[in-house]
Design a protein around this ligand. Sequence first.
Ligand code: AMP
Ligand code: GLY
Length: 423
Amino acid sequence: MNILVVGGGGREHAIIKKIKENSKVKKIYALPGNGGYGSDAQCVPIAATDIEKIVEFARSNEIDFAVVAPDDPLAMGAVDELEKAGIPSFGPTKSAAIIESSKVFSKNLMKKYSIPTARYEVFDSPEKAKEYLEKSDYPIVIKADGLALGKGVIIAEDKKQAFDAVDSVMNDKVFGESGNSIVIEEFLEGPEVSVLSFTDGKTVVPMVSSMDHKRALDGDKGSNTGGMGTVAPNPYYTADVANECMEKIFLPTVSAMNKEGRPFIGCLYLGLRLTKNGPKGIEYNCRFGDPETQVVLPLLKSDLLDIMMAVQSSTLSEVSVEFSDECACCVVKASSGYPKKYEKGYEITVSADFPQDALLYFAGAKNEGGKLLTNGGRVLGVTAVADTLEGAVKKAYSAADKVKFDNEYMRTDIGKRALSADI
Ligand code: AMP
Ligand code: GLY
């Protein structure tokens, strides 16, 4: 089979490495991929958002199955267009991807179908938003309605910060049209859990849970990033919590999307907070998380391509989806300065004694004249699997030391919170 993967980050590299394990796979194309994928895929310089060119490429290269990984092309209808062209594709349609591309939609969905979430109000006027903020308790959370490269959520500690957030999102339009409406919601306290689920709109199969580390600096300090590292499973996500989430959040969400005439088919990402009043949904993403995928897929024992094809053909209940009971840790190596200003173009070297059983996923890398150079904020992720979480963390850090580039930065405490979880 010829497979096409849309996207070019660490998440897509993890998907590609896993799909490659299927013996039916002859060739994998990544659009656009990145220079670090090496022999794992053939990278083609077509942007992940250039849907017309993606469809044209799929048509003329005998693609048997496509996987659309990032949020933008999903929200733009990449899966709709590929399927229209006769290419079976994994990922939600545009009408279902709205669960991530509009926070107003997702909050209203949760309210309408009594899915536990933070209390909230929606505003499309900055004046009305400020009137509400005058009488609110703090901290409070302000969210731009649309996609904002993961930066559209502002946690305001006081009224001044909240007013500044409203001004920058709604008046200065720092996220463009995404800030036409905002959600203002209650700040929830409790451990955060990410759970990715396969669903064909009928069956929901949650994957192993994980914990992201979103802030740039050790001790969960500094700016929010795309994610500086992950561990799986998340120790706070016990079997009891998992059952409660299935019953109160996952199944009701998939059923709600069906009732809205927007069946969700693909990978549904649930961002949860485990509060003292039970688990609550914080956000939905319509795709695999990055870098959650880099710890979840290495623990998948079943065949990823078979599962994806079963999701696409509405036969998910007929395939086995099994996870190993080991633990995984992914440490992200970034360019110093990320997520703000950083330099690129430094050579990446992987030492000959990089452990054979560790996994290296490239994100911001390019190949220039046979040399691998840094080319982004998050440059790469190193994942290790072990019997214990402690073992996985140790192994991931020791493998990460075998990859070097100038100007590198990584957090030194990935997994620390999980290891000291009081459950
Ligand atoms: P998002 O961009 O939607 O992934 O949100 C970024 C981060 O903001 C989440 O991972 C949470 O840590 C935090 N967050 C979002 N909503 C809330 C909330 N209601 N209460 C507390 N933290 C939140
Ligand atoms: N790691 C968070 C996300 O993928 O949205």
